[in-house]
Design a protein around this ligand. Structure first.
Ligand code: GLN
Length: 235
């Protein structure tokens, strides 16, 4: 399986993602420039990653301009063909702006940029994973009908929790509705999350919990992106 990491002007987690995938997860990675559009070297078993950062300076709204880049037109086609796409932080914002995932990311409830370790847990698991966040607009919001549908379809992949795996308001760093930290689309091939797994993939960084999440991309036999955490922890 190959990975393509898209670089926008203002991306700042693209090299972290490349390093995590190449050196900590031993994957083949190609860097992709926002002005290009060729994805012909990838099959739908491969994965395109939209990394974190401040694409186009966060002007207008985070991700609102990146969504119109030439490469994103190809990524939208790729996703609609069933290709795997992962967006982390700014990448998640771009996926919502592009309409590949429902909902939006609003300014954090406390109106401040938040950079710290938090805990999340995956669908069907009680294991709390420690992962860093670093964002100003990370408060996931969707209307009640959309949220109910996401939950009914098992599309809420990660929620903020405390270190014991309890989901409560104190464990929610940004005011996200229903503590949502990450979702996937109905087809299960497009995945977005605010926390940064690529910042937690090696002992040198003091945390390998992010490896559990990124491993989910590599092991998936049925071409959906995410396993439940119960399956992930067996890695
Ligand atoms: N780390 C990031 O990707 C930050 C995303 C975006 N610039 C924000 O502040 O919300």
């Amino acid at each position: 399986m190959k990975f393509g990491v898209v670089v926008f002007p203002g991306s700042n987690c693209d090299r972290d993602m490349q390093d995590a995938l190449q050196n900590d997860l031993n994957q083949e990675v190609t860097m992709l420039w926002h002005k290009d559009k060729d994805l012909s070297m990838f099959t739908t078993d491969d994965c395109i990653v939209l990394p974190g950062g401040f694409s186009y300076g966060d002007y207008l709204r985070c991700g609102a301009i990146a969504r119109f880049s030439p490469m994103m037109q190809s990524v939208i086609e790729f996703a609609n063909k069933g290709g795997k796409v992962l967006g982390v932080c700014n990448g998640f914002q771009v996926l919502c702006e592009a309409g590949l995932l429902p909902g939006v990311l609003l300014r954090n409830a406390n109106q401040q940029f938040i950079s710290k370790n938090i805990y999340i847990k995956g669908l069907g698991s009680n294991q709390a994973l420690k992962i860093p966040i670093a964002h100003g607009e990370g408060r996931y919001y969707a209307d009640e009908k959309t949220l109910d549908a996401l939950e009914a379809n098992g599309q809420v992949i990660y929620r903020y929790c405390d270190e014991n795996g309890n989901i409560n308001v104190n464990a929610n760093p940004n005011g996200a509705t229903r503590n949502i930290a990450g979702i996937r689309n109905a087809n299960g091939n497009v995945f977005g999350m605010m926390p940064h797994p690529e910042r937690a993939t090696s002992e040198a960084l003091g945390n390998i919990d992010g490896k559990i999440i990124l491993n989910a991309l590599l092991i998936n036999p049925d071409s959906t992106l995410v396993k439940t955490s119960a399956e992930l922890v067996n890695f």
